[in-house]
Design a protein around this ligand. Structure first.
Ligand SMILES: [Zn+2]
Ligand SMILES: [Zn+2]
Length: 189
């Protein structure tokens, strides 16, 4: 028996897409089996069987007879059922939803990483010029052991620490943050 895979619009059979012939016997002469064959044959899980008036072929005593399907004047069409299409659209939408969820989560992760970078940048601001340290070296005070910032800015200071007001100001020059500072310069604002 022949099944024609067709488009359907407004409850009318539209463009014929493909035809396939299926073996049929007493066992498979019913709507369920033939729908399954059509779905496999045309590789589309949303197909339903309809007649030439685009009306669904229902399971009944009549359609469980070989003679019903073998009648050559009877055209059998396989179309995408609107409900089935809506069902697959729903599945697609929920897939998109879950992808968006993942995307939101990774954006959330990016946002919290950027917040960490912002905090680090704040911590590496020069206490004198208020700019992100120009590096590669960073100055740390000997008195209060704080991050001070630019070595050049520290060189211009007189003897009082701008943070703890200790009158014997001195600083260490630390170069081990170079890679970290470069990485921070490449991220955020
Ligand atoms: Zn500075
Ligand atoms: Zn100090």
């Amino acid at each position: 028996m022949k099944i024609t895979y067709a488009e359907a619009r407004n409850n009318k059979i539209g463009k014929h897409l493909r035809e396939m012939y299926f073996n049929i016997d007493e066992e498979s002469a019913n709507v369920d089996s033939l729908t399954e064959k059509a779905r496999q044959g045309f590789d589309n899980d949303t197909l339903v069987l309809v007649n030439s008036s685009c009306l669904p072929i229902e399971d009944s005593d009549a359609t469980r007879k070989l003679s019903f399907w073998k009648k050559s004047a009877r055209k059998i069409f396989a179309i995408e059922h609107e409900d089935n299409v809506q069902e697959s659209n729903r599945e697609l939408l929920s897939l998109i939803d879950s992808k968006l969820d993942n995307l939101n989560r990774s954006m959330e992760t990016n946002r919290s990483l950027l917040a960490v970078v912002d905090k680090l940048k704040e911590a590496f601001k020069c206490v004198i010029c208020r700019e992100f340290v120009r590096g590669p070296a960073v100055a740390f005070s000997k008195c209060c052991k704080q991050q001070m910032g630019d070595v050049t800015c520290m060189d211009q200071l007189l003897s009082t620490c701008p943070l703890c007001r200790n009158s014997d100001f001195g600083f260490y020059t630390v170069t081990s943050f170079e890679n970290l500072l470069t990485a921070m310069r490449n991220h955020g604002d």
